[in-house]
Design a protein around this ligand. Sequence first.
Ligand SMILES: [Zn+2]
Length: 243
Amino acid sequence: MIDIHVHFGKFRDIQLNIPDIIENLTKQGINQIGLMPLLNETGSNLNNAHSTLKKYYSIYETQIIPILWIYPKISIQKIERLISEIPYKIIKIHGYLHHWDYENITRIINFTEQKKLPIMFHTGGCENSDAGFYMQICKNFPKQKIILAHGRPIEQTIEILQLCKNVWVDTAFMPTENIKLLIDKDFANKILFGTDYPIMKHFDNSINLDKWYKQNTKEIIETIGNKYFEQLSSNNIAEFLNN
Ligand SMILES: [Zn+2]
């Protein structure tokens, strides 16, 4: 099983280091994680996060799918340098935390398309980071693989999925009924299992992360069945990353 949306590092009151995250999620049956830091508003912690990830990637290479979270002012040269040090598999863009406009995203896509690097867009929070904001991008760059993380709002996400074959969604913080809805709409092959672990603890400090994870998995399996859960958490992600 793969969880495509996991964070390491400090986020306000919570902090988990990479070995702990891997140990905790391995216990949950997860053998690979899409791993990214938590970038701050200026992106000034990217270098540190990259160094930390580099250190642990050499130890946990088979378990980590490294994700490079970039900020609007980053240069392509810098992205290339970071990728030469860690084979990042996905580029992450967070349009709620950072201000990204169409031109700037296009600048990045000119690079990622050529490198065949998928992009994960955070969705939700405001108009400029809702799924609908990325409609033009998804349409105009049909060869660019895109993940709409969280799939928010779900109606806009479904509209994009109907129009764009290059788009996937992840289930991080997605209500279970929306996962079911996507399957009912025939998008089972477009859903990637992800959780945003361990951010849930920031929103509710009383959460026991192990229990939360078990319960979340159980709830999804009870709602969509084992077969679909396996598809979302294994086959889909493997296929997504493969071609
Ligand atoms: Zn996240």
